[in-house]
Ligand binder design. Structure first.
Ligand SMILES: *Cc1c(COP(=O)(O)O)cnc(C)c1O
Length: 464
C-alpha cells in the first residue's frame, strides 16, 4: 500500500505539480480512447498495481480537462485542498459504514459536528435542525423536495400521489438548476409540475410573476407546495430576491428551499454572507462542498431547519439493522442513501485545517479575483452582462453581440489553445462568455493570461 500510494504521488507530482505550463484541456476522441483501452487491458490476466497506476494516471493526464488548473475558469469544479484529498484516502482506508451510528460512532459524530457548525453558519438552530452529507447537490435537492412533499401531503408517503385530490406544483426560476426536472420525474409528480418562473431585468426570479403564477395555480385547482430560490445560479451566479420569496411562501404556506449549491460557501465569509439574503428564513438549503469548499467530488450537503419533516420522509425499519442508539442521528433513517461512505470527513478536514478565518480568506480571495477580472475586461472594452458579488463573470464584446457563432468561436479558440478554459452560456436569449474563478490558487497573473487569450481569439474571430 505504501509503495503504491507513494508511486501515485510521484506520478502526480511529475505530471501536474512540476508542470505549471501544462495544458488545461486537450481534445479527446471516444474511438481513440476505446482502442487505447482495448489494446492495453485484457481483464483475463492480472497486472502489477504499479503498472496500472502508470496507465491510469497517464490516461487521466492525456484525456481530461484539468479542473484543478488555476486557469480552469469553468463549471464550479474546484481545485482540491490537500486536507480534502487526505480525508478521502483515510475514508477509503478505514472504510467506515455510515448507515448506522453504532457501526461508526467516531465518523458519525465528526459528521454531526460539522453539520451543527454549518447549521449555525446558515443561521439555523442546531438543536432543531438536521443535515446530511449527500453525493452532491442533486441528491440534496431531491432530499428537500421529498421532505417538502411528505410534510405537505402526508398521504403521499403511504398511498402515493393518486391519493391526492389536487396535483402538487412547485416553482423555480428559469435560471434554476435543471436537476429539478429530473427530481420531479423521480418523485412522481412529473416534470410539468415544475413551474419555471420568468426572470426580472437582473436575471433573478421575478417575485411578482411568482405571485401571479401561484394565484393562477390555486384558482386552477393545483396544489402549490414549494418554492426553490437559487443563491448563485449556475450560469450567472445571480441570487434570487429571497426577502420577497420568504414573504410569498409565508402567505401561502409553502416550503422555501434555497439552492446554494455553489454560492453557499459565501455564508462562511463575514464579508460576503449578506449578499445571499436571509437564508435562515428558509426551510432547507443545498450546499455543495465539492464546489466552492475545494473538496474532492462526491460531497453535497442538505440542511433542514426542522428535523421532523426529514425524519418523516425517510422513516424506515429493518430487522437486520442494529438497534438504534438513544439520542443520536441514524443516517439510514434520515436520508436517501443506506450504506454510505464517510463523506463528511473531507469537509471537516478542510474546515478544521484552514480555520474559520482561513476558509473565509480563501472564499474572499476568489471573489476578489472575480472582481479583478471584471475590471480588467471593462478596461479593455468588454461588457459585463451579469450582476453578482460572486466570482462568475459573464461577458461579451461589442464586436460579438448577437452573434452566437462568433462567441462560440472565441470560446473554442481559447479552450483549444490549452492556456485557459472558459465556456459559453445563454443569458436573456443571448450567447455570452462565462468565466468562473473555481480555484483557490488562481492569481492576477492567471487573469492576465486569460485576458490575452480572449483578446487574441477576438481578433481572430473578427478576421475569420
Ligand atoms: C451544481 C448545481 C447543482 C447540482 O449539484 P451536483 O453536485 O452537480 O449534483 C444544483 N444546483 C445548483 C445551483 C448548482 O450549481
Amino acid at each position: 500500500m505504501r509503495k503504491a500510494l507513494s508511486h501515485v504521488l510521484d506520478r502526480f507530482d511529475s505530471h501536474r505539480v512540476q508542470r505549471p505550463d501544462r495544458a488545461v484541456a486537450r481534445d479527446a476522441d471516444p474511438g481513440e480512447l476505446r482502442r487505447h483501452l482495448a489494446d492495453r487491458f485484457q481483464l483475463d490476466r492480472p497486472r502489477p498495481l504499479r503498472e496500472l497506476i502508470d496507465d491510469v494516471t497517464e490516461m487521466l493526464d492525456r484525456w481530461s480537462i484539468d479542473v484543478t488548473h488555476p486557469r480552469y475558469f469553468g463549471l464550479f469544479n474546484p481545485s482540491v485542498r490537500p486536507a480534502g484529498v487526505t480525508a478521502d484516502l483515510v475514508t477509503a482506508l478505514y472504510n467506515p459504514q455510515l448507515a448506522v451510528w453504532s457501526h461508526a460512532p467516531a465518523a458519525n459524530e465528526i459528521e454531526q459536528f460539522v453539520i451543527r457548525h454549518l447549521l449555525e453558519s446558515f443561521g439555523f438552530d442546531p438543536e432543531d435542525g438536521i443535515g446530511t452529507f449527500t453525493t452532491g447537490g442533486s441528491e440534496a435537492n431531491l432530499t428537500a423536495v421529498t421532505a417538502a412533499l411528505t410534510e405537505r401531503f402526508p398521504a403521499y408517503g403511504t398511498d402515493g400521489l393518486r391519493a391526492l385530490p389536487e396535483r402538487p406544483v412547485l416553482y423555480a426560476s428559469r435560471a434554476a438548476h435543471d436537476s429539478f426536472g429530473k427530481i420531479c420525474h423521480l418523485v412522481g409528480i412529473g416534470r410539468d409540475s415544475l413551474r419555471r418562473v420568468e426572470l426580472d431585468a437582473r436575471m433573478r426570479m421575478d417575485a411578482e410573476a411568482l405571485r401571479r403564477r401561484i394565484e393562477k395555480d390555486l384558482s386552477g385547482g393545483r396544489a402549490p407546495f414549494m418554492v426553490i430560490a437559487t443563491a448563485g445560479t449556475t450560469s450567472a451566479g445571480v441570487v434570487d430576491p429571497i426577502v420577497e420569496l420568504v414573504e410569498t411562501c409565508r402567505r401561502h404556506g409553502l416550503w422555501l428551499h434555497v439552492d446554494a449549491a455553489w454560492g453557499g460557501a459565501a455564508m462562511l465569509s463575514p464579508r460576503l454572507r449578506q449578499s445571499l439574503g436571509p437564508i435562515a428564513e428558509a426551510d432547507s438549503v443545498t450546499c455543495d462542498a465539492h464546489k466552492w469548499f475545494s473538496v474532492p467530488m462526491g460531497a453535497g450537503i442538505f440542511l433542514g431547519r426542522r428535523r421532523r419533516p426529514v425524519e418523516a420522509a425517510f422513516r424506515i425499519h429493518a430487522d437486520y439493522m442494529p438497534d438504534s442508539t438513544e439520542g443520536v442521528v441514524e443516517p439510514y433513517r434520515t436520508s436517501v442513501q443506506w450504506s454510505r461512505r464517510f463523506t463528511g470527513l473531507k469537509v471537516f478536514m478542510v474546515l478544521a485545517e484552514l480555520g474559520a478565518e482561513g476558509f473565509a480568506r480563501m472564499i474572499e480571495h476568489q471573489a476578489a479575483m472575480g472582481e479583478s477580472l471584471r475590471e480588467r475586461l471593462l478596461e479593455r472594452g468588454w461588457e459585463i452582462v451579469n450582476e453578482t458579488p460572486l466570482p462568475v463573470v459573464c461577458c461579451t464584446h461589442p464586436d460579438l453581440r448577437g452573434d452566437r457563432t462568433r462567441v462560440q468561436a472565441v470560446v473554442d479558440r481559447v479552450c483549444r489553445g490549452g492556456r485557459a478554459w472558459i465556456s459559453a452560456t445563454r443569458l436573456a436569449d443571448e450567447t455570452v462568455i462565462r468565466a468562473c474563478i473555481t480555484s483557490y490558487s488562481t492569481q492576477e497573473s492567471d487573469l492576465e493570461i486569460l485576458l490575452r487569450e480572449l483578446q487574441d481569439a477576438l481578433v481572430q474571430a473578427h478576421s475569420a
